[in-house]
Design a protein around this ligand. Structure first.
Ligand code: NAP
Length: 246
């Protein structure tokens, strides 16, 4: 489905990003994996992707840093020649109630989750615009659609990604590039590994499908949005949340 394409996935050393990257590789895409610190995990992901018969390379880059994002993008373009698909998945949480949230934690979460997506999109947009089927996929969150106590920084960043998605969709549509956002609910990864009992109870009572999502639930949609089958879908925000926010 993605043969001959090059996909850049940020935060692909683990979790949802790794699942998206490997599912894209399984569908034939060459891979540039961006990670922040987990070089061993990123290299392991590359080995798994190579086992699927595609080229894969890992790039260490803090996406919140404009110059690092530029250098990584230039490295990717020099190694792969061009980029067709960008998945802005890298994200962090630093939860606290508004009254206790520090300015540093607000800035850090906005920096990775929102500015990181801007940085990577800006540095790779020209190449993606030259692709016959350019795709940009931003990983938002239902927190950004509903708000969530303790996540003023994260919800603001994820809501900001929705505005970025719709604007990029409009600006790049003339070149045939689509830009969509995925808003996952609770997905089983390191980010949600230490869920308190109250959240597990919440999933049982407030998620109609009554289970936590898997990384594959999100990766399946990302691969579809990246494929030619989704060429008439742009500017959308699609929830993968088991019905949590209906
Ligand atoms: P995760 O397991 O914590 O993985 C986060 C990934 O982001 C890692 O690969 C990490 O790299 C990378 N990363 C962190 N800071 C970075 C930075 N400054 N620059 C580049 N890469 C950075 O997270 P996840 O649960 O898979 O979440 C992935 C995305 O889905 C995030 O955007 C998250 O907000 C969103 N999401 C998750 C859930 C959920 O329930 N899990 C729900 C809604 C939305 P290193 O390994 O090198 O640190």
């Amino acid at each position: 489905m993605l043969e001959g394409k090059t996909a850049v996935v940020t935060g692909a050393s683990r979790g949802i990003g790794q699942a998206i990257a490997l599912q894209m590789a399984a569908n034939g895409a060459d891979l540039a994996i961006i990670y922040a610190g987990g070089s061993e995990a990123a290299e392991e992901a590359c080995v798994k992707a190579a086992g699927l018969g595609v080229s894969a390379r890992a790039y260490k880059c803090d996406v919140s840093d404009f110059e690092q994002a530029k250098a990584a993008s230039e490295g990717i373009l020099s190694d792969f020649g061009s980029v067709d698909i960008l998945v802005n998945n890298a994200g962090i949480i630093k939860d606290n109630l508004l009254l206790r949230m520090s300015e540093a934690d607000f800035d850090a979460v906005l920096g990775v989750n929102l500015k990181g997506a801007f940085n990577m999109t800006k540095h790779l947009a020209r190449s993606i615009m030259r692709s016959p089927a350019g795709r940009i996929i931003n990983i938002s969150s239902v927190s950004g659609l509903m708000g969530n106590p303790g996540q003023a920084n994260y919800a603001a960043a994820k809501a900001g990604l929705v505005g970025l998605t719709k604007t990029v969709a409009k600006e790049l549509a003339g070149k045939g590039v689509t830009c969509n956002a995925i808003a996952p609910g609770f997905i089983e990864t390191a980010m949600t590994a230490a869920l308190p009992a109250s959240v597990i109870e919440y999933i049982d009572t407030s998620v109609p499908l009554k289970r936590i999502g898997s990384v594959a639930d999100v990766a399946n949609l990302a691969v579809f949005l990246a494929s030619d089958q989704a060429s008439y879908i742009t500017g959308e925000v699609i929830k993968v949340d088991g019905g949590m926010y209906i």
